[in-house]
Design a protein around this ligand. Structure first.
Ligand code: SF4
Length: 363
């Protein structure tokens, strides 16, 4: 990449310092934020309320976007998946999930992922690199513009989930910075209360997140009710086994607001982790820590060549009922965007197997 500064990754304070280094007064930073984030304009040239001289100076020293859209896929259920390339040609994937009540953007925190969850295709890429705060924010701006149009106010607040490629807590500083940038007034104004970050269980960061005053919500991917099975499905469990993970969750609970719960994600793999016995084990595990939590059951999304199959809807429902009968709040998550490989565990920078039948718009 050129040495130009990516202003999308700068906080308001950093932007003030940057415009100062160009010999400009601090209010210029506010103008840039209003254009690049408030109106989500993708270039300095489009910010016509800035003087021509200032725009020329900015174009010489900075950029607003660095990700390049490679492909855009549209699912039959309206979900959209975007495959970008970074300046160093690495894949970044983002998913937009429309919903009658509130749309959701699922962003990636890393290109690839270093963790080796056996039910997830992203794992096969390995870690390519951490994304910068700017690259995280850019994904959100792009998805908002694609859904609603550049400079158009979002029709209703959009939710964000950090559940795309990568383990967000292994890129903690950039993640938290991106969340701060997105919350700044006059910018995107997406408050942390509308953001949920999902972790495979990086215990020290769960505790650290709890100390951040204006923090996002937390989701923890469990996938198994015992260490034995979790070691197999999510090898991170060998480093931070269930006891340590749940004790960190218990500590995190102290930071919950009155009506807030945190979420356990449980991917349902047919014949692997979906028996009645395992539902009872899971209920016992969670009840033994008396956690104020809910469980989202996620039927596995087919992801060849992985050797798993989704649990049947009946099995998922029985599992849910067992949890509920033991006092655990449990929901079944409807899979979205499976046909374009946009669903959980399917992000692996690939084209779809049925591309010709889908709306594929190459950048
Ligand atoms: S499930 Fe999440 S943490 Fe696990 S390999 Fe996939 S992207 Fe990484």
């Amino acid at each position: 990449m050129s040495e130009k500064v990516n202003i999308t990754g700068l906080t308001a304070e950093e932007l003030k310092a940057f415009v100062g280094s160009l010999g400009e007064p601090p209010y210029r930073a506010r103008q840039i934020i209003a254009g690049a984030r408030g109106r989500r304009l993708g270039s300095f040239a489009a910010m016509t309320d800035l003087s021509r001289e200032f725009r020329t100076k900015l174009i010489q020293h900075a950029v607003v976007t660095t990700l390049v859209l490679e492909s855009r896929y549209l699912s039959s259920d309206g979900t959209r998946r975007y495959l970008f390339k970074t300046h160093d040609k690495l894949p970044v994937e983002t998913v937009f999930i429309p919903d009658e009540r509130r749309d959701t953007i699922c962003f990636s925190s890393q290109s690839g992922c270093p963790l080796q969850c056996t039910f997830c295709l992203t794992a096969q890429l390995g870690l390519l690199r951490n994304l910068t705060a700017g690259e995280i924010v850019e994904q959100v701006i792009f998805a908002l513009n694609d859904a609603y149009g550049e400079a158009v106010k979002t029709p209703r607040g959009t939710n964000l989930v950090g559940m795309g490629a990568g383990e967000p807590f292994l890129n903690f500083d950039a993640l938290i910075k991106a969340i701060r940038i997105m919350a700044e007034p006059n910018g995107l104004h997406i408050v942390p209360n509308r953001v949920t970050i999902s972790t495979a269980g990086v215990v020290p960061r769960i505790r650290e997140l709890a100390t951040i005053p204006d923090r996002p919500h937390l989701a923890v991917s469990l996938a198994a009710p015992t260490d034995e099975l979790r070691n197999e499905l999510m090898p991170i469990n060998k480093k931070w086994p269930l006891k340590e993970l749940l004790s960190a969750c218990k500590d995190f609970e102290k930071s919950l607001k009155p009506k807030e719960r945190f979420t356990f994600e449980y991917v349902m793999l047919a014949g692997v982790n979906d028996s009645d016995k395992q539902a009872n084990q899971l209920a016992r595990l969670l009840n033994s820590h008396t956690l104020r939590a809910k469980v989202n059951l996620i039927p596995h999304n087919p992801a060849e060549p992985l050797p798993y199959h989704p649990s049947s809807p009946e099995r998922v429902e029985t599992f849910r009922q067992i949890l509920e009968s033991k006092g655990i709040l449990a929901f079944v998550r409807r899979p979205r965007g499976r046909d374009i490989l946009a669903a959980c565990g399917q992000l692996a920078a690939r084209g779809t197997p049925e591309e010709s039948r889908l709306v594929l718009i190459s950048a």
